[in-house]
Structures are given as C-alpha cells and as structure tokens.
Design a protein around this ligand. Structure first.
Ligand SMILES: [Fe+2]
Ligand SMILES: [Fe+2]
Length: 168
C-alpha cells in the first residue's frame, strides 16, 4: 500500500487536522512503542482506503479516524489503575479535544467515541464506526508485534554478546 502522502485526495481531506499545532503534539507521545500521531495516521489511512472500497462515507472515516486518539495522557508509563481508566475513557477525551477544534458530524462523533468497543461500553451505530474500530485493533496488534519482535532481537543480541564475551 502506498504512503498516505502519495494520495492527494486523502491529504486534502485531512490537511487541516495535520496542520493543527495541538494535534501535532501527538508526535511526542509514545503509543504502542511508536508515536500517537503515526498510529492515528495509519488507522485513518487504512480505514479510508477500505471505506472507499466498500463505498462507505470515506470522508468522515478519514477525518474521525485521524482524531480517534486525540488525547494527551501518557499511557505507557502510567500505573496500572490509571492505564485501565485511560484505556476505557480515552475515546471520550479524544472526542472532547476534537470537538474544541472541529464541528463534528454525528457519524464522526460516533466513530471517535465507540472505537474502543467492546472495552468501552458504547456500541458503534454505523458501519463506518465498526470499520474504524476493527482497523484500530488490527493496527494496534501489528504495532505491538513489531515492538515485541524488535525487543526480542535486542534481547537475543545481548545474550549473544554475553556468550561471545564468556568464550573469550
Ligand atoms: Fe484508542
Ligand atoms: Fe488507536
């Protein structure tokens, strides 16, 4: 799949969000071992491509999926209780932040606030919301697997290094 920046239609749909200085701060927050802005872009672009293929409302999908994790709590270094709270409630934080800057439609609001179903209790009302929920899960799993593989190879390199030093 091409990079999102190669797709002029996609870029034109989300340009104003990408230029929002508050939104750009997501780049500084660790999310599944990557950064939250890159994660949001992946979810948005894949959802947009699939939504377009399925003749869903890909404009609203692209924008709402990009805003689905528009929150600033750092969940990677938080304690267990805070992590659980943020995991369940961050769709509401994202909706609150997105509403400060954008006049969201009912469907866009639903896509954002239901993207953690069934961990969060709100059930998606639209096919577009189900799609973003599913794509977010797939992207999150692939990001975590990539991270685990990287950590595993680092650990193996360390073991190998110790072993070589032991043999000397
Ligand atoms: Fe999320
Ligand atoms: Fe997400």
């Amino acid at each position: 799949m091409k990079n999102h920046t190669d797709n002029q239609e996609y870029v034109s749909l989300v340009q104003d969000i990408l230029e929002n200085q508050e939104f750009q701060k997501l780049q500084g927050i660790v999310h599944h071992g990557h950064n939250r802005l890159d994660h949001s872009l992946r979810v948005s672009y894949f959802s947009y491509r699939i939504g377009k293929m399925l003749t869903l409302d890909y404009r609203k999908i692209a924008r709402a999926a990009l805003l689905h994790d528009f929150f600033f709590e750092d969940n990677e270094s938080a304690n267990c209780k805070t992590r659980v709270k943020t995991l369940v409630r961050h769709p509401e934080y994202a909706l609150e932040n997105a509403s400060k800057y954008y006049d969201l439609t009912e469907m866009e609001r639903d896509i954002i606030v239901t993207h953690m179903f069934p961990i969060s209790p709100r059930v998606p009302k639209y096919l577009e919301s189900w799609l973003v929920d599913l794509v977010d899960d797939c992207v999150s799993v692939s990001e975590k697997l990539y991270l685990a593989r990287r950590e595993f190879s680092t650990a193996m390199s360390f073991v190998f290094f110790c072993f070589i030093n032991y043999l000397r």
